[in-house]
Design a protein around this ligand. Structure first.
Ligand SMILES: Cc1cc2nc3c(=O)[nH]c(=O)nc-3n(C[C@H](O)[C@H](O)[C@H](O)COP(=O)(O)OP(=O)(O)OC[C@H]3O[C@@H](n4cnc5c(N)ncnc54)[C@H](O)[C@@H]3O)c2cc1C
Length: 295
């Protein structure tokens, strides 16, 4: 009989002395080794028998992975191993990137957030990841160490399917970097879950805007969670909000465009049809909240 709680399988815990050693090890053991941060996805997937890695590679203590730094001229860098509670508590995040703290606060519980990381949320590449939308709309760029050294990878185009990204064997994300945000920006993340704690989003809507020289007076960015195989940017809805004067009709039109862009599935958390309608309703609400915050 299938045992739904099989317990963790045996694995070797590997702690390389440098990023180069870690990248080499991961590339040499492709398919049987994986880096981890908080382990809140990794150990659950291993316990439930979906992942059968022989080696779990701990890179958390290497080269600035635990640092969070802000420079007023270049922006914010969050090391891959910084847990979500540290992000939420960071005065720089609260002052300059409050949307990130707002999104991180919707992830499960305080206990889980003391392990879970933003970079783990991104690399896990679930379309339901609650912090991914904030990272996309604020122009997050991943710093990656691979076999050929360091490179930067923007989040646009990073996700290729559920659990799949453009990362290559040996790649380790060391940090996520955000540019200095435009003056007067405001954001909002609305998560619809089945309960307040420890549930993934049925639908998540991120809205972000800042004053700009456009027909609406603003540049709008949107991202949707749990409504497509990857985190979704509804570009047409963004264009409507940026390209026309803001009225109730414009907001309704953009919300409809966001709904039309979705391609959700039916699952235990909600039907595809329900998800689509909730995208329309929550986009309208998130955009209205952002406009109120902008003013
Ligand atoms: C009870 C429970 C409730 C949850 N609730 C939510 C929720 O409400 N919202 C939500 O979004 N998520 C939720 N999750 C999922 C999970 O907690 C998040 O996705 C979390 O952010 C993962 O971060 P981590 O540091 O634990 O990742 P890990 O488990 O360490 O890693 C996740 C994946 O990313 C890869 N990875 C990690 N770090 C790197 C790196 N530096 N470079 C390359 N690849 C890397 C790993 O190999 C693995 O594939 C929940 C999980 C549990 C167990």
């Amino acid at each position: 009989m299938h045992n739904p709680r099989p317990g963790l399988p045996e694995f070797d815990y590997v702690r390389p002395a440098s990023l180069s050693e870690a990248s080499r090890f991961l590339a040499e053991h492709q398919g049987e080794a994986r880096p981890f941060m908080g382990g809140t996805d990794t150990f659950v997937r291993m316990r439930d028998g979906f992942w059968k890695e022989k080696y779990i590679v701990d890179v958390k203590r290497l080269d600035g992975m635990g640092d969070i730094t802000f420079d007023p001229s270049t922006g914010l860098t969050i090391g891959a191993a910084v847990n979500m509670n540290r992000v939420i508590d960071s005065p720089e995040v609260q002052e300059h990137y409050p949307l990130l703290a707002e999104a991180a606060k919707t992830v499960a519980s305080f206990q889980l957030r003391s392990r879970a990381t933003i970079v783990g949320n991104i690399c896990n590449a679930s379309p339901a990841g609650d912090t991914i939308g904030a990272c996309i709309v604020m122009g997050g760029v991943l710093k990656v160490h691979g076999l050929d050294g360091e490179r930067e990878v923007p989040l646009t185009g990073f996700f290729v399917g559920p659990g799949k990204t453009v990362l290559k064997p040996g790649d380790i994300v060391t940090a996520i970097r955000f540019p200095v945000l435009p003056q007067g920006h405001a954001g909002r993340y609305i998560k619809l879950g089945r309960n307040a704690l420890s549930d993934l989003a049925i639908v998540g809507v991120t809205a972000f805007a800042y004053p700009d020289d456009t027909p609406s007076g603003y540049r709008f960015k949107l991202a949707l969670a749990s409504v497509a195989p990857v985190p979704l940017v509804p570009e047409k809805a963004e264009e409507i909000l940026t390209g026309k004067p803001i009225t109730d009709e414009t907001i309704a039109e953009a919300a409809q465009a966001a709904m039309d862009a979705c391609n959700p599935i039916d699952d235990v958390r909600g039907s595809a049809r329900y998800r689509k309608y909730m995208v329309r309703n929550l986009t309208r609400r998130a955009v209205t909240d952002v406009l109120n915050r902008l003013q």
